[in-house]
Write a protein that binds this ligand. Sequence first.
Ligand code: ADP
Length: 236
Amino acid sequence: MAPEAAVCEDDEPNSNQSGMPKIIVLMGAPGAGKGTQARLLQERLHLPQISTGDIFRALKNAQTPLAQELREIMERGQLVPDELTIRLVKERTAQVDCRNGYILDGFPRTPEQARSLDGLAAEQDNTIVAINIDVPLDLLEKRMTGRRNCPVCGEIYNIYFKPPKNDNVCDFHPEAQLVHRADDNAETVQARLATYEAKTRSLIEYYKSAGLLHSVAGTREPGDIYGDIERIVQQG
Ligand code: ADP
């Protein structure tokens, strides 16, 4: 297996404006907007964004038995086994660009992953800031089935809520046809939401009990949500 595929080569020092190295954990159901907020945080705070979903999407395209297994798990809307997921996050966060903190999008998703992150934070001398993006269940489905991404810059559109200026091409890269994620079809979306309820929702309580949880209302404009998140990160 080659997790290098997902490793950012950028080893420039990054600046975390509040000084303390932080692990910013973006939480929320599938479709809540974790990816959008993680991109904004990365751009503005110059901290690396680590999306386990992106890592698995890159790995699943290889011609290997592992890739085949990942394709099946993701198509079924299930979770990749904890052992592999935790190993990849450990390897990625050991990279030099993570030394001033990093943003986690899509990790942890199980209690075991959350416990391993606690250990990692202690080892790395990092503090965890957990931010839950709260979106009612009935909105999530449309957000996912309508979602389209630019394959060049990663810009996220939605055919219902944020359509591109021209049909199915990126506003910034008109040569690029937008991509509909394989797991954003109606059937897999239902399975992903069920997996979230069964395995991940309890982490809200986990971080609340630890006194690390912040919540933001995720039904507003991305820029407004980002404003709240940035304030939490700077103060937390
Ligand atoms: P979303 O949050 O919109 O469901 P992601 O891009 O975060 O999408 O994840 C896509 C898929 O990748 C998940 O449905 C799951 O199969 C896998 N995955 C991502 N993160 C994890 C994780 N931390 N643990 C296990 N599986 C994961």
